[in-house]
Design a protein around this ligand. Structure first.
Ligand SMILES: *[C@@H]1O[C@H](CO)[C@@H](O)[C@H](O)[C@H]1NC(C)=O
Ligand SMILES: *[C@@H]1O[C@H](CO)[C@@H](O)[C@H](O)[C@H]1NC(C)=O
Ligand SMILES: *[C@@H]1O[C@H](CO)[C@@H](O)[C@H](O)[C@H]1NC(C)=O
Ligand SMILES: CC(=O)N[C@H]1CO[C@H](CO)[C@@H](O)[C@@H]1O
Ligand SMILES: [Zn+2]
Ligand SMILES: [Zn+2]
Ligand SMILES: [Zn+2]
Length: 437
């Protein structure tokens, strides 16, 4: 019985007329305490991470064994390979048959797995768990043209690459499923927030959004783990953030409406207490006109959109991306302070390009400008902050700046002990890195 299972964890689903459903705690939880650990209903490893992680359990190690047929999927051992076969067989022969033309999106790949899993579960007496997937909101009718186009492309790819192994549902049902998964898919990321794959977690999908979240989701293998980042008392709602919390209230809600079709009404969205610091203007002897600020804000939002589009252009030169960052930083820097989130956004992008180019010194110089404002503008326990300390710490170590490295890694560790739990593999690795000479 599902409510009994939640009850034993100190959790309760609620359905409040007029307010909607959600999840709340029935006993106190302290910062860092685990509320819920949830295996995925379905998961998929990113194509670009193949060979680095086991497709089945997401263990990272050297010398994984190849699938002998396609030579594209990698596993810890025969046990993992067998466990994954029901999913991998959807792609194994198709990848060989299509060769270079095999190119479904990660969303398409995940949806194919959900359909295959649903089928086997139906045959073996549907568990209650999978019904929750139908509980998840779908917003087909709210989607804009670009979102609709993406769905149609994914449906076409399902027919093209997966119809041999799946009896695909009708068009309308596929639209609904894709829209549900778009709202409820979780991207699995590593300790430095680099993307590893995508999964659905029906239990975690029950948790509502807040810009002042009470819990954080991290990953242990393919399982999602939910830990408290605030002390909670019985009756408190369990709330995660669906979005990047760096940005000011208007930008956050724009993002929530665009991707999740609602507007947030949390305490931070009402008080906007951090907006002023997030939009900080440079101190100058001649005061800056409000018109100049709104003009520059418009420019910043446009630049962020354009940069995102450029990153996706095939064969774009990293040096031209870096130039875009530097140019926009110079432009915005005439009005915005260094700690302004639009500046931070472009510095973060620039740091990413430096890391890609293995320019450690360049990456450190951006990281050093970013880290202090990040730790002030994000909530106290943020994976964006811990991953930045982690990247910086590892860069310092590689540049043989040992004490600066240890300092940064310890800052990352303090956050990760709460977010990931003290026993997580990442923390064991970190302790080793810190004591290593
Ligand atoms: C905004 O910037 C543009 C170009 O930089 C300028 O032509 C325009 O006058 C500015 N508008 C305001 C209201 O300052
Ligand atoms: C924060 O983390 C998310 C991944 O969880 C990432 O997509 C985003 O770019 C990060 N934002 C910044 C500004 O560092
Ligand atoms: C991670 O998962 C493994 C195996 O599923 C489990 O034994 C371990 O306790 C988990 N670690 C943490 C920190 O929850
Ligand atoms: C209490 C509350 O805010 N519940 C919301 C949780 O999220 C669902 C789905 O997004 C909404 O329908 C509820 O209103
Ligand atoms: Zn494995
Ligand atoms: Zn294979
Ligand atoms: Zn909010």
């Amino acid at each position: 019985d599902w409510s009994e299972f939640y009850g034993s964890l100190g959790l309760e689903r609620f359905d409040c007329p007029g307010k909607g459903r959600g999840l709340r705690v029935t006993r106190p939880f302290r910062v860092g305490e685990l509320l819920l650990s949830c295996p995925p209903f379905s998961h998929v490893l990113s194509v670009k991470e193949r060979g680095c992680y086991c497709e089945n359990c997401f263990t990272r190690k050297e010398g994984l064994a190849k699938c002998g047929k396609c030579k594209k999927a990698f596993y810890c051992n025969v046990k993992c390979q067998k466990a994954d076969w029901a999913m991998h067989k959807l792609e194994c022969s198709a990848m060989t048959a299509f060769g270079e033309n095999w190119c479904p999106s990660e969303m398409t790949r995940l949806v194919a797995r959900i359909l295959a899993k649903k089928k086997t579960q139906k045959e073996s007496c549907a568990s209650e768990k999978i019904l929750l997937i139908g509980d998840i909101q779908s917003h087909v009718e709210d989607e804009d043209n670009e979102q609709k186009q993406n769905r149609e492309a994914d449906i076409a790819a399902l027919h093209r690459f997966y119809s041999k192994h799946l009896d695909l549902p009708e068009h309308k049902d596929l639209q609904t499923l894709l829209s549900q998964v778009a709202c409820n898919g979780f991207t699995i990321e590593d300790d430095e927030l680099s993307h590893m794959g995508t999964a659905v977690y029906p239990d975690v999908a029950l948790i509502n959004h807040s810009c002042l979240p009470s819990v954080i989701v991290t990953y242990n293998g393919t399982s999602a783990e939910v830990r408290a980042v605030q002390d909670m008392k019985p009756g408190d709602e369990v709330l995660i953030s669906y979005i990047d919390l760096l940005y000011p209230t208007d930008d956050r809600n724009h993002r929530l409406r665009e991707s999740y079709f609602f507007t947030c009404n949390c305490q931070e969205c009402k008080s906007k207490s951090k907006d002023k610091a997030k939009l900080k203007v440079r101190k100058r002897s001649d005061p800056i006109e409000p018109d100049d600020i709104s003009n520059m804000t418009r420019y910043a939002r446009k630049t962020i959109r354009e940069f995102r589009a450029c990153k996706h252009i095939k064969n774009i030169l990293p040096s031209s991306l870096l130039e875009m960052c530097e140019q926009s930083l110079e432009q915005m820097g005439s009005v915005f302070a260094d700690s302004n989130v639009f500046m931070l956004h472009m510095m973060y992008q620039a740091m990413g390009v430096c890391l890609y180019l293995q320019d450690a010194e360049g990456a450190v110089s951006y990281g050093e400008r970013i880290i202090k404002p990040y730790s002030q503008l994000y909530p106290p326990y943020s994976l964006n902050v811990s991953s930045m300390y982690l990247k910086l710490g590892r860069l310092y170590m590689s540049l043989e700046k040992h004490s600066a490295g240890v300092r940064a890694l310890k800052k990352a560790m303090a956050i990760m002990e709460v977010a990931h739990g003290k026993d997580h593999l990442y923390l064991k690795e970190l302790r080793k890195e810190i004591t290593q000479k």
